[in-house]
Design a protein around this ligand. Structure first.
Ligand code: FES
Length: 77
């Protein structure tokens, strides 16, 4: 079953200038990407008119979020 969060990520932009949806960035992170460069290579974000400022901020927030989730999970063990 697809969650509401997943549906929203499919609709929200990850890179407005190239029309790349947020869920592609999330997928790249879930598949192991750990840097903007890796995510850029996988998804194609970062080469548009924003010069990585807009999408770079989103990626930084998502990577930080994942890092915090993993840290929290380790502390729970
Ligand atoms: S939002 Fe498109 S390259 Fe940054």
């Amino acid at each position: 079953m697809v969650t509401e969060e997943e549906i929203l990520a499919r609709l929200k932009p990850g890179c407005i200038c190239k029309g790349i949806k947020l869920h592609r960035i999330i997928q790249a992170i879930e598949n192991g990407a750990t840097s903007f460069k890796q995510i850029s290579q996988i998804t194609g974000i970062g080469g548009g008119s924003c010069g990585s400022k807009r999408c770079g901020q989103k990626v930084a927030e998502l990577l930080k979020y994942k890092e915090n989730i993993e840290l929290f999970a380790r502390e729970e063990e």
